[in-house]
Write a protein that binds this ligand. Structure first.
Ligand code: SF4
Length: 319
């Protein structure tokens, strides 16, 4: 046996990946509803960030529409049920659906609902509500709508620093601080420190979902040992992007793919060849790490794993 062939290819799949509790719950809710009614089911916004899955839903008479299109359901309101997606919706949108008299089912993730409640109750006595997250993300827009005070959304440490500098004479103001559920833990802790440097009356809630934290820690561990890393998910998905960012910091060859068709066979082969060339230099294995965002269905993960197994030779697989 040549030394080259003694390289041990290995695939490590994250234990915790793919549909999270909130997404699985929403998908189950919708399919339970499908069994009970012949009415058209409409989801306010994309149920999950996965184009293949959205097409699959359409075949079952479940349509994701833009929140702005809800008003157009007026004509068919007696034959339609609206589902509020995992990310939740703004207070205004829910009010509008109720006013139109359309039946609706709320599939907002309970962890997001908890933030709505925290913000609604605690912002009443605050001057500012600070949300750490992405101001364009639907979850953040929903959280913002429950605030009873002035609200500011700050995406990272730089924005927090700028905010603090422009509010130096406001240190006595009462501030409430929460985070988007899929925020990066380290970033949120840094942002809290910056805000606490100015404000003495800050009420901070830890609202990052535990699923997010666990997955971010796991991807960090896997990427630190991987020669090549694949994050399966859609570029628009916030939690997928965070996994990608963390993995990229620990593994230079990190790729974001939506499904098995996007795996670069030549890239994997070239990395494997490099490893074979350096056989005997101490590291005699070749590790492909895989994880997936919370919107990635199991069958897509399985297809990616199978595709990689085929390229590197079946290899050892752990998860
Ligand atoms: S990532 Fe967490 S908060 Fe977001 S939907 Fe999943 S379980 Fe809920």
């Amino acid at each position: 046996m040549s030394a080259k062939s003694e390289i041990r290819p290995k695939i490590i799949v994250a234990k915790d990946c793919g549909f999270c509790f909130g997404v699985r719950r929403a998908v189950d809710t919708i399919y339970e509803l499908r069994k009970k009614t012949d009415k058209k089911i409409v989801v306010a916004g994309e149920l999950i960030h996965n184009r293949d899955f959205i097409k699959h839903l359409e075949k079952d008479g479940i349509y994701c529409i833009d929140e702005g299109e809800i008003a157009e359901l007026e004509r068919e309101k007696d034959n339609v049920i609206v589902v509020i997606r995992t990310h939740g919706a703004t207070k205004e949108l829910v009010g509008k659906i109720e006013k139109m008299g359309i039946e609706y089912v709320d599939a907002t993730c309970p962890f997001v609902k908890r933030i709505h409640k925290i913000v609604d109750e605690n912002s009443k006595n605050c001057d500012y509500t600070i949300i750490s997250g992405d101001k364009n993300h639907p979850e953040v827009k929903g959280i913002q709508s429950y605030s009873n005070s002035k609200t500011v959304v700050l995406s990272d440490e730089d924005e927090c620093e700028k905010f603090v500098k422009s509010n130096l004479n406001c240190s006595q103001k009462a501030v409430l601080m929460v985070s988007q559920t899929t925020n990066n833990n380290e970033k949120y802790v840094n942002c809290q420190k910056i805000i606490k440097n100015l404000y003495t009356k800050v009420k901070i809630f830890d609202t990052i979902c535990s699923v997010t934290g666990k997955r971010q820690n796991e991807v960090k561990k896997i990427a630190s040992h991987a020669d090549i890393m694949f994050i399966i998910g859609f570029v628009k998905s916030s939690n997928t992007k965070k996994l990608y960012d963390i993995a990229s910091q620990h593994c230079k060859k990190t790729y974001l793919v939506e499904n098995a068709t996007e795996i670069s066979e030549s890239e994997i082969r070239s990395e494997l060849e490099k490893e074979k060339e350096s056989y005997g230099s101490g590291k005699n294995d070749f590790t492909v790490g895989i994880t997936a965002g919370a919107s990635t269905p199991d069958d897509i993960i399985e297809e990616v794993v199978a595709g990689i197994e085929k390229i590197i030779g079946s290899g050892e697989k752990t998860s």
